[in-house]
Ligand binder design. Sequence first.
Ligand code: GDP
Length: 475
Amino acid sequence: PGATVKDLGDALEVPPTRIIQVLMGLGEMKTLTQTLSIEEIELIAEELGVKVEIGAVEEPAPEEVLPDDDPADLEEKPPVVTVMGHVDHGKTSLLDRIRHENVQSGEAGGITQHIGAYQVESDGRKVTFIDTPGHEAFTEMRARGAKVTDVVVLVVAADDGIMPQTQEAIEHAQAAGVPMVVALNKIDVPNANQDRVLGELSERGLMPEAYGGETVTVPVSAKTGEGIDELLENILVVAELEDLKANPHAPASGYVVEGERDPGRGPVATLLLSRGTLNKGDVVLAGTAYGRVRAMLDYTGKRVKDAGPGTPVEILGLSGVPEAGTRFEVVDHERLARDRAQQAEEKLRRQELAQGGSRRSLEDLLGEGGMQDLNLVIKADVAGSVEALKEALAKLSTDEVRVNIVRSGVGALTDSDVMLGSASDGILLGFNVRPTNTAKQVAEREGVEIRTYDVIYKALEEIESAMRGMLAPEE
Ligand code: GDP
């Protein structure tokens, strides 16, 4: 399918030569009968000032294997593993242990780099670990429609057994249809009781292999390193049953694993490729952020030129900080990426407004008439931003509206921030930080508005226009 230059000319009722001209302006040479990509059609339409609607293709299916993939193009990809389990059962220790034992420390940049995911090798095959333990990250990703995890490692401390968060993790993994490998951790501890845990698993329908079932369990110790190799082997066995394949030759797409603003390097995002190969210099679109990949680093901090399916890479060059779980794709033209990012931004705005409902929005707060205090709780990623925001916001105060910062600090927006916002009839501003999951729930319940930004001037612009909006119209 697709339209040629001539087709588009006919459809838009412009001479095809005009289209060729526009294409040349964009640095592309096409003849009458050559097919245009959807992106090119959109760009041409924009250039000619006409609107085109292109249906279904807007949001490609998130699957790693698309119907148009030639089976011959499919190649095995490393499984992506998320570690979940109850607090203190050893998730972080296990991730650290696996990383230290299996990542060659001789590599450039060493192994100090934290980009949100890393890779290890077992029997010459790669396994990718998401470096954020726990099911918050997992569920948050899923909430955004991101299917990133291929295998869940469920960590259960052998001296403690199945606890509430273990149960939750099991439910999340099952709901997502992701296979589990159970790591019976802390087997070095004297009162470790593996049999008890196996019994508890079978009670929950996870019949261990030792009992004739299908649940793979591996005794390990994150402390001594015992069983780690077996764990990796078993992850690969389970992954193999899943027949994980992807097309490395397709246009690159995948998900954002982590995003942050680095004081020196600007927006930095860790991407996990689901499909295709990402190259340095490609134009990436991730939600409201876009840009040409200026540099690409692997989990050891080494610069790389390309990355294929199942591989995490840190990229520099985006216009903003995308949120974890955001889908990304490579597009042909930077201008198109910018347009789409803007559309995404507008959509977000509209959703935020529509969500207003019972919530006390900025506009509502300011629309109540009389002299107002606008109470704000401000959180940012670094102290410098907190100060910059405080100072700039304070300057917005007018005779009618006084900006009153009731709390400011570094870090995520927490429950206690929401409660303070609620108590002071205020709203929360996050700059490069987000609310925690529970904070989101509390905000929902309390009807407190949370606004997050990644550029200061946007925050200021919106607050200012809302403040201006509340002033009585001059008529
Ligand atoms: P998380 O909350 O699940 O990430 O758990 P951590 O990795 O922070 O571990 C909690 C505590 O258990 C820490 O004090 C670890 O040192 C300890 N721990 C983790 N794994 C083991 C293990 O295999 N053996 C022993 N003895 N202690 C462990």
